[in-house]
Design a protein around this ligand. Structure first.
Ligand code: EPZ
Length: 420
């Protein structure tokens, strides 16, 4: 298993270009199951989860042609319509459950491995199944597989999601696109990646309208047309580099993404003292001499502060001049980075879903263990500002969601080496 060796402290400066969004690409790739004609998808990030989704689609009969080192995928239906999504593929990438809605809509049946949990939480799918059953699907769960069927095909319905869920919103949208009649989905998640999904589907002729802040109206269509779509860039990668710039009086130009998608994070970074200039597709950010603490931050559904940025902000606040509190409201076990940050000397204690961070710690390099995608990137941030050498184990977690991260970091001055 690969490791990273990082020497610190470094001051970073220069330019970094943001890659395509993993969390936008995954539902859009799952959506290709709905099509009879080929679909061209561009700006795909070269990360492990996307390769896993490619393998899942191929196992379901899709034909995939790649261009530009797999950043462009031309996907068409194979002649065999398979509907079995194996545990071996879904267990490493929970977003595999997103093929359930499209398989039901297209083939009227599916056998999909339930995702299983991960280090950040149980990751249930009850909201997905409740919403899909409102459209006429029947389910039974046997030995970890969801057996789904809809004899007469999916029928439009009025659905109120019992909790705001990104994946459940996406699965329901994908199922409703070809359902007979009108579907109204309320209490939708409204992350930018979901807007990207609805824009993609509309570009193929789906009849989808946002009729309220969190309400969608979808009129099922018979078929979706061939389309050519470039996915949005990754707001969490962009936010991660913004935090990196603030850690040690860094100075970065972060290009090729829409700063409006990280408004909440930008406001918080201004509060800790960063100097920020934004334009349409880039941010210039200068870290402060002194990082100001923030007495209370809580994660929430978009447009609130994103859970996927919680670990990164915790590193920043461990360098602040005072005490800060972060409350994690989305996942039940998303503080796996805390014991690792403590090994570097950070003073953080946890009570329930609240972490209290005593600031202005001098961090010292140490050997560390990655646990999930965002916790791992937080360790990289802490390691490059710590004094001395750090080793970060199991960087496959990082490879799932950050494209060529060590090259991007090296280019801006981080002393990082991958040890295979
Ligand atoms: C998506 O996960 C993202 N993954 C996550 O990013 C992100 O952290 C999360 O949304 C929240 O923003 C992808 O887009 C591939 P949810 P998802 O359904 O869809 C509970 C990363 O690092 N819930 O919005 O699984 C659930 O347990 C990943 O890129 C149910 O109870 O998140 C959680 O507490 C990590 N029942 C909350 O809702 C359900 O049926 C939000 O989960 C579904 C979810």
């Amino acid at each position: 298993m690969d490791k990273f060796k990082i020497k610190g402290p470094s001051k970073i400066s220069g330019e970094v270009s943001i890659s395509g969004s993993k969390n936008s690409a995954l539902p859009i790739l799952a959506a290709t199951i709905l099509f009879d004609k080929h679909v061209t998808i561009k700006n795909l990030p070269r990360v492990k989860d996307i390769d896993t989704m490619f393998n899942l689609l191929k196992s379901l009969g899709s034909k995939i042609e790649f261009k530009n080192k797999k950043r462009i995928a031309i996907i068409s239906k194979g002649n065999k319509n398979k509907f079995f999504a194996a545990y071996s593929l879904v267990k490493t990438m929970r977003a595999g459950i997103l093929v359930l809605g499209p398989l039901l809509a297209k083939l009227k049946k599916a056998k999909v491995s339930s995702p299983g949990g991960c280090s950040i939480g149980v990751r249930p799918i009850d909201i997905h199944l409740k919403a899909l059953s409102k459209l006429g699907a029947k389910f039974k769960i046997v030995k970890g597989y969801v057996y789904a069927s809809t004899k007469k095909g999916l029928m439009g319905s009025k659905i109120k999601l019992s909790k705001i869920s990104v994946g459940a919103t996406e699965n329901t949208i994908l199922a409703a696109c070809l359902a007979k009649g009108v579907t109204r989905i309320s209490n939708c998640a409204i992350e930018p990646e979901i807007k990207d999904l609805t824009n993609f589907l509309k570009s193929a002729g789906a009849n989808i309208k946002w009729v309220g802040k969190r309400t969608l109206k979808i009129e099922g269509v018979k078929i979706l047309k061939s389309t050519n779509y470039s996915i949005m860039n990754d707001r969490i990668e962009a936010g991660t580099f913004c935090v990196a710039a603030c850690l040690n009086e860094g100075n970065l130009k972060i290009k090729n993404f829409d700063p409006k998608t990280i408004n909440t994070e930008i406001n918080l970074l201004k509060r800790i003292g960063a100097k920020i200039q934004t334009s349409n597709h880039e941010i210039e950010i200068k870290g402060p001499k002194k990082i100001k603490s923030i007495d209370f931050i809580k994660t929430g559904e978009y447009p609130s502060f994103p859970t996927d940025m919680q670990a990164q902000f915790m590193v920043l606040l461990s360098k602040a001049n005072g005490k800060s509190i972060i409350q994690e409201n989305i996942f039940e076990n998303r503080f796996m980075h805390v014991p690792e940050l403590r090994r570097l000397g950070a003073k953080i204690h946890i009570k329930g879903n609240k972490a209290t961070i005593e600031g202005s710690n001098n961090l010292e390099g140490a050997e560390l263990m990655s646990s999930d995608l965002r916790a791992s990137v937080a360790l990289v941030l802490a390691a490059f500002i710590a004094k001395g050498t750090s080793i970060i184990n199991r960087v496959y977690h990082l490879d799932r969601g950050y494209e060529h991260i060590e090259n991007k970091l090296k280019k801006i001055g981080v002393k990082i080496k991958r040890i295979s």
